[in-house]
Ligand binder design. Structure first.
Ligand SMILES: Nc1nc2c(ncn2[C@@H]2O[C@H](COP(=O)(O)OP(=O)(O)OP(=O)(O)O)[C@@H](O)[C@H]2O)c(=O)[nH]1
Ligand SMILES: [Mg+2]
Length: 266
């Protein structure tokens, strides 16, 4: 507590410097700026407004799906693929808040943390702090910070959400829903929500029994379903291509949401 208020006081006097550091993609500065916004610090908001007047064009990709569907593993693979393309990648991983600390649980992010040594990869966990919908309250602002910092690709992992939690649509341009074989009832429930709004559906754990049947079933419902085996990197190039294609379509539409997205937002 004491540490964070000291930090905030320090930041207040240095907002112009902090903005310069964010633009230079200093990861500590980017993280500090997100903390200011999470804490609703007016200085943070003022700085964000100035920074976002000249945003970099980032591809913002939401990765969503049930708990344990393999969202983090997929993101790890996407980071490897985008880094091979020379792209700078920012990741926002949304965690359920601990009711005691309000903090985020890093748990399964250990593998992702290997990328933390790469200065062109930024990873930040954000706690939901009781917020529903699969995102943390300041997710949109954090995305704007990463855009201002010039990350080419921004990957947002939602918490393991249920079928009605589609806030990611408001923050990401391309939404990827991850499904694993053997989810049965959960997949049925997702058809009326997440799967309907996702731009791309990924059936991961394609190595497990039941994958063929799950794939056939999903393809009856969703226009674009890809099979991946993340632990072996299979299907990742196809997914990267599908995301690029969707981004190209958005550019052609001038960034406008699809009719379905419009309908769901009303
Ligand atoms: N068999 C198999 N297991 C996989 C594959 N990809 C991921 N897993 C495993 O699935 C488990 C869950 O993966 P995560 O990436 O942590 O799943 P998640 O959706 O991020 O989980 P939460 O963030 O807790 O909702 C891990 O034990 C992974 O090793 C795959 O292609 N095949
Ligand atoms: Mg995860």
């Amino acid at each position: 507590m004491c540490g964070s208020s000291l930090q905030t006081r320090h930041d207040r006097g240095n907002i112009p410097a902090l903005m310069d550091q964010v633009k230079a993609r200093d990861t500590r500065a980017v993280s500090r700026m997100i903390t200011l916004l999470e804490n609703h610090e007016p200085e943070g908001i003022a700085a964000l407004l100035q920074l976002s007047s000249d945003p970099h064009h980032s591809a913002v990709i939401g990765i969503t799906g049930y708990p344990g569907a393999s969202k983090s593993t997929l993101i790890d693979q996407l980071v490897v693929a985008y880094r091979r393309q020379g792209k700078r990648v920012g990741i926002l991983a949304i965690d359920i808040s601990s009711p005691l600390t309000g903090g985020a649980i890093l748990g399964d992010r250990i593998r992702m943390q290997e990328h933390a040594l790469d200065r062109d990869v930024f990873i930040r966990s954000m706690a939901t702090r009781g917020q529903h919908g699969g995102l943390a309250r300041a997710t949109r602002e954090a995305r704007m910070v990463l855009e201002a910092a010039g990350y080419d690709v921004i990957l947002i992992e939602t918490i393991g959400v249920g079928q009605d939690e589609v806030d990611i649509l408001d923050v990401a341009q391309t939404v990827v829903a991850v499904v694993a074989p053997g989810l049965g009832d959960e997949v049925q429930a997702m058809k009326a929500g997440l799967l309907e709004v996702a731009n791309i559906v990924v059936l991961n754990k394609g190595d497990l029994p039941g994958a063929d049947m799950a794939l056939r079933d999903l393809r009856e419902w969703c226009p674009l379903v890809l099979r991946t085996v993340c632990v072996k990197g299979e299907g990742i190039p196809e997914l990267v291509m599908a995301i690029a294609e969707h981004q190209r379509m958005i550019d052609l539409r001038g960034g406008a949401p699809s009719p379905l997205e419009e309908r769901l937002r009303r």
